[in-house]
Unconditional design. Structure first.
Length: 297
């Protein structure tokens, strides 16, 4: 009798459909941006794993959803995985949400999805798409979006931060960085020093919220703007940088001739400066004369 019961339970378990893990995006500010599928999913699942249960409780309460909340953050993700597998094995559906936007995008969930995705048991992982600050910001930036790189948060320490910025300075694709209020001014200053004053940037602040603001200009102008008013440094930011444009050989020659002429013109009249520059660069004297005249003006 006991044996039969045990066998039945085991086969029932084996045949029992596994639950699904739903990766649910939530708004990045404006609660009106929640999707119908997100609400339906959060209502129907057995458990909701959340980065910060107090935050998610507020969201759920706003939408009249009860929800069995379980904490899943960077510090307990590894330990939670076995437990979540157990819940899924017993047929429970689970939703994963983060504090804002899409989970795993600079938010917890990577280890869980990686582990379930590579498990032989074929766990079902379903996305419930919605807001993410990166895509929201790119949609209004007006920078090339056919190719871009997502850099997330830069390291907090200056050595690590500068190393990445130096590596990225010649990156031809649009670059997208996340930044917090504590470090936005420092990051912009470091970029100005490494990328140069003229690089085009777009800073999106507090997207979809009451004080949404978008700054467009170059790094030198942005550095001034961010330090203009302490309010400009408040809130959440997406910083987008135009990719590096490789100069043609002609442009390189023109730029270096200009640099040389600027130095010579500090000491010499136009005619003499262009004559010396022609000897150094091998370019025609009259071309350099015209360039020297335009620099003088
Ligand atoms: N998972 C989120 C997503 O999908 O965008 C990102 C979470 S990450 C911990 C938080 C960062 O995202 C903020 O520091 C900021 O850089 C960016 N961010 C989130 N909401 C934003 C908003 N409303 N406006 C601008 N940036 C935002």
């Amino acid at each position: 009798m006991t044996t039969k019961n045990t066998a039945t339970t085991l086969s029932e378990k084996m045949n029992k459909k596994k639950g699904t893990l739903y990766i649910v995006a939530t708004p990045i500010g404006n609660l009106g941006d929640i999707t119908q599928r997100a609400l339906d999913t959060l209502k129907k699942v057995d458990k909701i794993c959340a980065e910060d249960t107090r935050n998610t409780r507020k969201l759920l309460t706003h939408f009249g959803i009860q929800g069995d909340l379980q904490a899943l953050h960077d510090h307990n993700e590894a330990n939670r995985i076995a437990q979540i597998k157990g819940w899924l094995d017993s047929g429970e559906d689970i939703a994963l949400v983060s504090d804002a936007g899409t989970p795993l995008i600079s938010d917890p969930g990577y280890h869980l999805v990686n582990e379930l995705g590579s498990d032989e048991s074929n766990y079902k992982i379903e996305p419930i798409p919605g807001a993410s600050a990166i895509i929201t910001a790119l949609s209004i930036a007006g920078l090339p979006t056919n190719r871009f790189t997502f850099e997330g948060f830069l390291p907090a320490k200056s050595v690590g931060r500068n190393k990445i910025l130096q590596e990225n300075a010649k990156e031809p694709r649009t670059q997208v960085y996340y930044e917090s209020s504590h470090r936005i001014a420092i990051t912009i200053k470091a970029m100005l020093e490494i990328y140069g004053a003229e690089r085009k940037v777009v800073l999106a602040r507090e997207l979809t919220k009451l004080y949404e603001q978008v700054f467009r200009g170059n790094l030198s102008q942005l550095n001034e703007w961010i330090n203009d008013d302490p309010l400009h440094q408040k809130g959440e930011f997406v910083l987008m940088v135009e990719g590096h444009e490789e100069q043609t050989d002609d442009e390189v020659i023109e730029a270096s001739s200009s640099e040389l002429l600027k130095i010579l013109l500090d000491e010499l009249p136009v005619k003499q400066a262009s004559s010396i520059a022609a000897k150094i660069t091998g370019r025609k004297k009259n071309e350099l004369y015209r360039l020297a005249m335009s620099l003088k003006q």
